[in-house]
Design a protein around this ligand. Structure first.
Ligand SMILES: Cc1ncc(COP(=O)(O)O)c(C=O)c1O
Length: 394
């Protein structure tokens, strides 16, 4: 079936479905009553599914945040960055050493943020290039590391890190693994337990098609033990709003320590139910299918893709502009072709655009969006042959 209307192919925020929007438009409820606890229980249970953890009850007073495995989920009022800060600030002491390999903007942010709370060694690789895992291992072998922290899916450059390999190294050298999974959880394979990750962060507005301004963390019992021990030793970084121990105290009761983002939680719970009805693996597959179509289509047409070929992301594709085209293409695309993608950041600004293949975006919207992108390139004077776009997405 074809797609009519605008195409919104941004790698987060993504469009929310009608049920999610309607859930957020419900009447105000209190933060402390049973009604909100019901919302939290549904949300916690949906999060455990999305994080690929063992199931939990979606009924209040039933430990919705925990399951048969070693993990708990914690909802954070704030965007993904708040959740990431909660992890870094609470888990490390000022003199803990944390290794942060990066190849894009968001990994660099993990390094920058981390350096406020611990000693970060930033292994900075070129944007879009895979980490030099040999160098990462060399560093780990020198010892004395508390953790490795990575941005799993680098939204700024369209590259997904080899988390399995990094997780193995972390196990081998006995260091914690911290994951910014903000654009991977719910959109591509993530296995917190198998990887032995101590903390994985997700933002609602990305692969789960929830509202912006709410996020969550999956944490292991070792993570909780370390945060508790550090606090008991009087060695912790200053936090108040993002104090994870305060959040943990309320978790058993399907509550949050401060007034939560109530309506966002209502919407996110519904978005996660939509994800569950699609199926987690089905969603991963749909995202990958769309990303593969985009990669191959633009690759065949001679566009250069930024990320290393074997590590391209299933949820975002970064495509270099051909010579003679700049970001005014995106303005025309939005205004005339009613299609939105996103530009690049920092030194790649104006040189590249990024196409999101996450959330609930249907295949038909991606196909139509790609047709419009090609047409818009033609209008900008970039000669392209007629192409059967549909055939790339079959
Ligand atoms: C991989 C990654 N990490 C972190 C962030 C920052 O998250 P937020 O804007 O939700 O704070 C983003 C946002 O695009 C992201 O894609």
């Amino acid at each position: 079936m074809g797609h009519s209307g605008d195409c919104f192919l941004v790698p987060g925020t993504v469009r929310m479905n009608q049920a999610c929007l309607e859930a957020m438009a419900g009447p105000t409820i209190t933060a402390r009553g049973g009604e909100f606890r019901e919302v939290m229980a549904r949300l916690n249970s949906g999060l455990r599914y999305t994080f690929n953890l063992s199931p939990s009850s979606d009924l209040k007073k039933n430990q919705s945040w925990s399951g048969d495995d070693d993990y708990k989920v914690i909802v954070v009022s704030g965007s993904g960055t708040a959740a990431m800060e909660m992890v870094m600030a609470n888990r490390f002491r000022r003199n803990d050493r944390v290794l942060v390999p990066t190849n894009g903007k968001f990994g660099e942010r993990v390094a920058e943020m981390g350096s406020r709370f611990c000693i970060v060694k930033h292994l900075k690789y070129e944007w879009g290039r895979s980490f030099d895992l040999g160098e990462v291992e060399e560093q780990l072998a020198r010892g004395n590391w508390e953790a490795v922290a990575i941005c799993h899916n680098e939204t700024s450059t369209g590259i997904t890190q080899d988390a399995v390999e990094i997780a193995e190294m972390c196990k081998k050298y006995g260091v914690a693994l911290i994951i910014d999974g903000i654009t991977s959880v719910g959109g591509l394979p993530v296995y917190p337990e198998e990887w032995g990750a101590e903390a994985v962060v997700v933002g609602a507005q990305k692969c789960t098609a929830g509202p912006s301004g709410i996020a969550a963390i999956a944490v292991s019992s070792h993570f909780i033990d370390r945060c508790t021990a550090i606090r008991n030793q009087g060695d912790s970084n200053p936090t108040y709003y993002l104090d994870i121990l305060a959040a943990l105290k309320k978790g058993d009761d399907d509550q949050t320590p401060w007034t939560p983002a109530i309506n966002l939680a209502m919407g996110w719970a519904v978005a996660l139910e939509t994800l569950k009805s699609e199926g987690l693996e089905q969603r991963w597959n749909r995202c990958l299918h769309m990303a593969k179509g985009v990669r191959t289509l633009f690759g065949d047409l001679g566009f250069e893709l930024l990320a290393d070929e074997y590590a391209r992301s299933a949820t975002v594709t970064a495509i270099m502009y051909p010579d003679g085209v700049d970001d005014s293409w995106r303005t025309l695309l939005r205004e005339k072709y009613e299609t939105q993608v996103i530009g690049a950041q920092d030194h790649l600004k104006g040189k590249m655009f990024r196409v999101g293949s996450m959330g609930e975006t249907p295949l038909s919207e991606m196909v139509e969006g790609c047709k419009r992108m090609l047409e818009c390139f033609r209008e900008c004077g970039h000669d392209l042959p007629e192409t059967d776009v549909e055939s790339y997405f079959q």
